[in-house]
Ligand binder design. Structure first.
Ligand code: AMP
Length: 282
Protein backbone atom coordinates (compact mmCIF):
# COMPACT_ATOMS: atom_id res chain seq x y z
CA UNK A 1 0.00 0.00 0.00
CA UNK A 2 1.37 3.38 -1.01
CA UNK A 3 1.45 5.92 1.81
CA UNK A 4 0.86 9.48 0.66
CA UNK A 5 2.45 12.26 2.65
CA UNK A 6 2.05 15.08 0.12
CA UNK A 7 -1.39 16.45 -0.63
CA UNK A 8 -0.58 17.29 -4.27
CA UNK A 9 0.49 13.73 -5.06
CA UNK A 10 -2.63 12.37 -3.34
CA UNK A 11 -4.80 14.86 -5.20
CA UNK A 12 -3.38 13.66 -8.55
CA UNK A 13 -4.35 10.04 -7.81
CA UNK A 14 -7.83 11.13 -6.70
CA UNK A 15 -8.32 13.30 -9.78
CA UNK A 16 -7.36 10.50 -12.14
CA UNK A 17 -9.89 8.18 -10.43
CA UNK A 18 -12.59 10.83 -10.66
CA UNK A 19 -11.73 11.58 -14.31
CA UNK A 20 -12.42 7.96 -15.14
CA UNK A 21 -15.81 8.15 -13.40
CA UNK A 22 -14.86 6.65 -10.01
CA UNK A 23 -16.49 7.60 -6.70
CA UNK A 24 -14.29 8.53 -3.74
CA UNK A 25 -15.02 7.59 -0.14
CA UNK A 26 -13.13 9.23 2.72
CA UNK A 27 -12.48 8.00 6.26
CA UNK A 28 -10.58 10.51 8.41
CA UNK A 29 -8.94 9.02 11.52
CA UNK A 30 -6.29 9.73 14.11
CA UNK A 31 -4.84 6.24 13.71
CA UNK A 32 -4.22 3.39 16.16
CA UNK A 33 -6.89 1.70 14.12
CA UNK A 34 -9.36 -0.82 15.52
CA UNK A 35 -12.55 -2.58 14.39
CA UNK A 36 -14.53 0.65 14.83
CA UNK A 37 -12.41 2.38 12.20
CA UNK A 38 -12.36 -0.70 9.99
CA UNK A 39 -16.17 -0.86 9.99
CA UNK A 40 -16.17 2.63 8.45
CA UNK A 41 -13.55 1.66 5.87
CA UNK A 42 -15.44 -1.53 4.93
CA UNK A 43 -18.65 0.45 4.39
CA UNK A 44 -16.75 3.03 2.36
CA UNK A 45 -15.20 0.30 0.21
CA UNK A 46 -18.65 -1.15 -0.49
CA UNK A 47 -20.12 2.18 -1.55
CA UNK A 48 -17.22 3.73 -3.50
CA UNK A 49 -14.61 2.79 -6.10
CA UNK A 50 -11.67 4.14 -4.13
CA UNK A 51 -11.29 4.98 -0.45
CA UNK A 52 -8.94 7.52 1.11
CA UNK A 53 -8.07 6.86 4.76
CA UNK A 54 -6.22 9.61 6.57
CA UNK A 55 -4.22 9.26 9.76
CA UNK A 56 -3.51 12.54 11.46
CA UNK A 57 -3.44 13.34 15.17
CA UNK A 58 -4.75 16.86 14.82
CA UNK A 59 -3.05 19.14 17.39
CA UNK A 60 -5.64 21.93 17.14
CA UNK A 61 -8.46 19.79 18.51
CA UNK A 62 -6.64 18.86 21.75
CA UNK A 63 -7.04 21.08 24.80
CA UNK A 64 -4.81 18.83 26.86
CA UNK A 65 -1.12 18.62 25.86
CA UNK A 66 -0.60 15.32 27.71
CA UNK A 67 -3.52 13.70 25.90
CA UNK A 68 -2.02 14.83 22.58
CA UNK A 69 1.46 13.53 23.43
CA UNK A 70 0.18 10.19 24.75
CA UNK A 71 -2.11 9.55 21.80
CA UNK A 72 -0.99 6.17 20.35
CA UNK A 73 0.87 6.39 17.02
CA UNK A 74 1.42 3.00 15.35
CA UNK A 75 1.49 3.63 11.61
CA UNK A 76 3.02 0.30 10.54
CA UNK A 77 0.37 -1.73 12.37
CA UNK A 78 -2.35 0.58 10.97
CA UNK A 79 -1.05 0.04 7.46
CA UNK A 80 -1.10 -3.75 7.89
CA UNK A 81 -4.69 -3.67 9.14
CA UNK A 82 -5.80 -1.63 6.13
CA UNK A 83 -3.92 -3.96 3.78
CA UNK A 84 -5.79 -6.91 5.28
CA UNK A 85 -9.04 -5.45 3.93
CA UNK A 86 -7.84 -6.06 0.35
CA UNK A 87 -9.57 -2.98 -1.01
CA UNK A 88 -8.57 -0.03 -3.14
CA UNK A 89 -7.34 2.24 -0.36
CA UNK A 90 -5.07 5.28 -0.48
CA UNK A 91 -3.49 5.99 2.91
CA UNK A 92 -2.74 9.64 3.62
CA UNK A 93 -0.44 10.44 6.57
CA UNK A 94 0.47 14.12 6.36
CA UNK A 95 2.65 16.21 8.64
CA UNK A 96 0.90 19.15 10.31
CA UNK A 97 2.73 21.63 8.05
CA UNK A 98 1.47 19.84 4.93
CA UNK A 99 -2.11 20.54 6.00
CA UNK A 100 -1.81 23.82 7.87
CA UNK A 101 1.25 25.50 6.37
CA UNK A 102 3.27 27.61 8.83
CA UNK A 103 0.51 28.35 11.29
CA UNK A 104 -0.90 25.30 13.00
CA UNK A 105 -3.95 26.98 14.45
CA UNK A 106 -7.71 26.61 14.39
CA UNK A 107 -10.24 28.95 12.81
CA UNK A 108 -13.34 29.90 14.78
CA UNK A 109 -16.55 28.14 13.80
CA UNK A 110 -20.17 28.64 14.67
CA UNK A 111 -22.22 25.47 14.30
CA UNK A 112 -25.57 26.97 15.33
CA UNK A 113 -24.88 26.16 18.98
CA UNK A 114 -24.06 22.44 18.53
CA UNK A 115 -20.49 23.29 19.52
CA UNK A 116 -21.42 24.60 22.99
CA UNK A 117 -22.78 21.36 24.42
CA UNK A 118 -21.06 18.40 26.03
CA UNK A 119 -17.65 17.87 24.38
CA UNK A 120 -17.62 21.52 23.31
CA UNK A 121 -18.20 22.69 26.87
CA UNK A 122 -15.65 20.30 28.36
CA UNK A 123 -12.88 20.54 25.73
CA UNK A 124 -12.26 24.18 24.97
CA UNK A 125 -11.80 24.91 21.26
CA UNK A 126 -12.21 21.23 20.35
CA UNK A 127 -14.76 21.72 17.58
CA UNK A 128 -12.88 24.69 16.11
CA UNK A 129 -9.98 22.26 15.65
CA UNK A 130 -12.25 19.59 14.19
CA UNK A 131 -13.91 22.07 11.81
CA UNK A 132 -10.56 23.46 10.70
CA UNK A 133 -8.88 20.15 9.96
CA UNK A 134 -11.90 18.65 8.20
CA UNK A 135 -12.30 21.73 6.00
CA UNK A 136 -8.66 21.30 4.98
CA UNK A 137 -9.13 17.57 4.35
CA UNK A 138 -12.34 18.03 2.35
CA UNK A 139 -10.56 20.49 0.05
CA UNK A 140 -7.77 18.01 -0.62
CA UNK A 141 -9.75 14.78 -0.88
CA UNK A 142 -12.87 16.00 -2.75
CA UNK A 143 -14.74 12.88 -1.66
CA UNK A 144 -18.25 11.93 -2.72
CA UNK A 145 -18.94 10.41 0.69
CA UNK A 146 -17.23 10.72 4.07
CA UNK A 147 -17.76 8.27 6.93
CA UNK A 148 -17.96 9.12 10.64
CA UNK A 149 -18.77 6.99 13.68
CA UNK A 150 -21.68 7.58 16.03
CA UNK A 151 -19.13 6.92 18.77
CA UNK A 152 -18.43 10.66 18.38
CA UNK A 153 -22.08 11.53 17.89
CA UNK A 154 -21.69 15.25 18.51
CA UNK A 155 -18.82 15.39 16.03
CA UNK A 156 -20.99 13.62 13.45
CA UNK A 157 -23.72 16.27 13.83
CA UNK A 158 -21.15 19.04 13.64
CA UNK A 159 -19.58 17.66 10.46
CA UNK A 160 -23.05 17.52 8.87
CA UNK A 161 -23.56 21.15 9.89
CA UNK A 162 -20.11 22.15 8.57
CA UNK A 163 -20.79 20.70 5.13
CA UNK A 164 -24.28 22.25 5.00
CA UNK A 165 -23.19 25.71 6.11
CA UNK A 166 -20.16 25.88 3.83
CA UNK A 167 -21.78 24.01 0.95
CA UNK A 168 -19.04 21.37 0.87
CA UNK A 169 -20.19 18.83 -1.72
CA UNK A 170 -19.69 15.63 0.28
CA UNK A 171 -22.32 13.31 1.72
CA UNK A 172 -21.74 12.61 5.42
CA UNK A 173 -22.55 9.06 6.47
CA UNK A 174 -22.93 8.04 10.10
CA UNK A 175 -21.94 4.52 11.18
CA UNK A 176 -22.96 2.58 14.32
CA UNK A 177 -20.73 2.24 17.38
CA UNK A 178 -18.57 -0.88 17.43
CA UNK A 179 -18.00 -2.31 20.91
CA UNK A 180 -15.60 -4.68 22.63
CA UNK A 181 -17.03 -8.02 23.81
CA UNK A 182 -17.53 -6.47 27.26
CA UNK A 183 -19.54 -3.57 25.84
CA UNK A 184 -16.86 -0.86 26.05
CA UNK A 185 -16.97 1.34 22.95
CA UNK A 186 -13.84 0.70 20.88
CA UNK A 187 -11.41 3.59 21.01
CA UNK A 188 -7.72 4.13 20.26
CA UNK A 189 -7.44 5.44 23.82
CA UNK A 190 -8.46 1.99 25.16
CA UNK A 191 -4.89 0.90 24.27
CA UNK A 192 -3.70 3.03 27.20
CA UNK A 193 -5.85 1.18 29.76
CA UNK A 194 -4.42 -1.57 31.99
CA UNK A 195 -6.16 -4.97 31.62
CA UNK A 196 -7.96 -4.33 34.93
CA UNK A 197 -9.18 -0.89 33.84
CA UNK A 198 -10.23 -2.25 30.45
CA UNK A 199 -12.52 -4.74 32.19
CA UNK A 200 -13.83 -2.21 34.72
CA UNK A 201 -14.56 0.35 32.00
CA UNK A 202 -17.30 -1.97 30.73
CA UNK A 203 -19.29 -0.35 33.56
CA UNK A 204 -19.79 2.71 31.31
CA UNK A 205 -21.88 0.86 28.73
CA UNK A 206 -23.59 -1.21 31.43
CA UNK A 207 -24.73 2.01 33.10
CA UNK A 208 -25.79 3.57 29.78
CA UNK A 209 -27.87 0.47 29.02
CA UNK A 210 -29.51 0.64 32.45
CA UNK A 211 -30.20 4.34 31.93
CA UNK A 212 -31.88 3.49 28.64
CA UNK A 213 -34.22 1.07 30.41
CA UNK A 214 -34.98 3.56 33.18
CA UNK A 215 -35.63 6.37 30.71
CA UNK A 216 -38.91 4.66 29.78
CA UNK A 217 -40.39 5.19 33.23
CA UNK A 218 -38.27 7.73 35.11
CA UNK A 219 -37.73 11.47 34.90
CA UNK A 220 -34.52 12.86 33.40
CA UNK A 221 -33.58 14.34 36.79
CA UNK A 222 -33.79 11.01 38.57
CA UNK A 223 -31.94 9.32 35.72
CA UNK A 224 -29.06 11.76 36.11
CA UNK A 225 -29.03 11.15 39.87
CA UNK A 226 -28.95 7.42 39.28
CA UNK A 227 -25.93 7.63 36.96
CA UNK A 228 -24.08 9.98 39.30
CA UNK A 229 -24.57 7.60 42.20
CA UNK A 230 -23.48 4.60 40.18
CA UNK A 231 -20.13 6.25 39.46
CA UNK A 232 -19.65 7.46 43.05
CA UNK A 233 -19.54 3.81 44.05
CA UNK A 234 -16.80 3.08 41.53
CA UNK A 235 -13.20 3.64 42.58
CA UNK A 236 -11.48 3.53 39.17
CA UNK A 237 -13.99 5.52 37.08
CA UNK A 238 -14.59 9.24 37.52
CA UNK A 239 -17.66 10.70 35.88
CA UNK A 240 -17.02 13.95 33.97
CA UNK A 241 -20.54 14.42 32.66
CA UNK A 242 -23.73 12.56 31.90
CA UNK A 243 -26.33 14.36 29.77
CA UNK A 244 -29.62 13.52 28.18
CA UNK A 245 -29.99 15.66 25.08
CA UNK A 246 -32.24 16.18 22.12
CA UNK A 247 -30.73 14.00 19.40
CA UNK A 248 -30.94 16.73 16.75
CA UNK A 249 -30.15 19.98 18.58
CA UNK A 250 -27.97 18.34 21.28
CA UNK A 251 -29.50 20.72 23.81
CA UNK A 252 -29.63 18.98 27.21
CA UNK A 253 -33.20 18.14 28.17
CA UNK A 254 -34.91 18.62 31.53
CA UNK A 255 -38.34 17.26 30.58
CA UNK A 256 -39.28 14.61 28.04
CA UNK A 257 -41.45 15.61 25.11
CA UNK A 258 -43.14 12.87 23.13
CA UNK A 259 -42.25 14.48 19.77
CA UNK A 260 -38.49 14.56 20.53
CA UNK A 261 -35.88 11.85 20.30
CA UNK A 262 -33.22 11.73 22.99
CA UNK A 263 -29.73 10.36 23.44
CA UNK A 264 -27.61 9.95 26.55
CA UNK A 265 -24.00 11.16 26.44
CA UNK A 266 -21.24 10.34 28.88
CA UNK A 267 -17.58 11.17 29.52
CA UNK A 268 -15.57 9.25 32.11
CA UNK A 269 -11.96 9.29 33.27
CA UNK A 270 -10.24 5.97 33.92
CA UNK A 271 -6.53 5.84 34.78
CA UNK A 272 -6.11 9.32 33.27
CA UNK A 273 -7.68 8.16 30.02
CA UNK A 274 -10.76 10.08 28.93
CA UNK A 275 -13.48 7.84 27.49
CA UNK A 276 -16.73 8.95 25.83
CA UNK A 277 -19.82 7.01 24.81
CA UNK A 278 -23.48 7.56 24.00
CA UNK A 279 -26.70 5.63 23.49
CA UNK A 280 -30.02 6.26 21.77
CA UNK A 281 -32.89 6.41 24.29
CA UNK A 282 -35.58 5.00 21.99
P1 AMP B 1 -10.67 8.76 15.67
O1 AMP B 1 -9.49 8.07 15.09
O2 AMP B 1 -10.93 8.41 17.09
O3 AMP B 1 -10.66 10.25 15.40
O4 AMP B 1 -11.92 8.19 14.89
C1 AMP B 1 -12.02 8.26 13.51
C2 AMP B 1 -13.43 7.90 13.11
O5 AMP B 1 -13.74 6.59 13.56
C3 AMP B 1 -14.47 8.85 13.74
O6 AMP B 1 -15.49 9.11 12.80
C4 AMP B 1 -14.98 8.04 14.90
O7 AMP B 1 -16.29 8.38 15.29
C5 AMP B 1 -14.93 6.63 14.33
N1 AMP B 1 -14.88 5.66 15.41
C6 AMP B 1 -14.00 5.62 16.43
N2 AMP B 1 -14.30 4.62 17.28
C7 AMP B 1 -15.41 4.03 16.78
C8 AMP B 1 -16.24 2.94 17.22
N3 AMP B 1 -15.98 2.27 18.33
N4 AMP B 1 -17.31 2.62 16.47
C9 AMP B 1 -17.60 3.31 15.33
N5 AMP B 1 -16.87 4.34 14.88
C10 AMP B 1 -15.80 4.69 15.59
Amino acid sequence: MVVYTHKDVLRESIRSEKDSGGCIGFVPTMGALHEGHLSLVRKALKENDLVVVSIFVNPTQFDNQQDLEKYPRIHEADKRLLESLNGRILLFIPEASELYGDKVEAKRYYFDGLEHQMEGAHRKGHFDGVGTVLSLFFTIVEADRAYFGEKDYQQLQIVKKLTEKYSIPVKIIGCPIVREDNGLAMSSRNKRLSPEAFEKASFIYKTLSEAKQKFKSESITSLKEFVKEQFLQHDLLKLEYFEVANERTLVPAVYKRSDNRYRAFIAVHCEEVRLIDNIALY
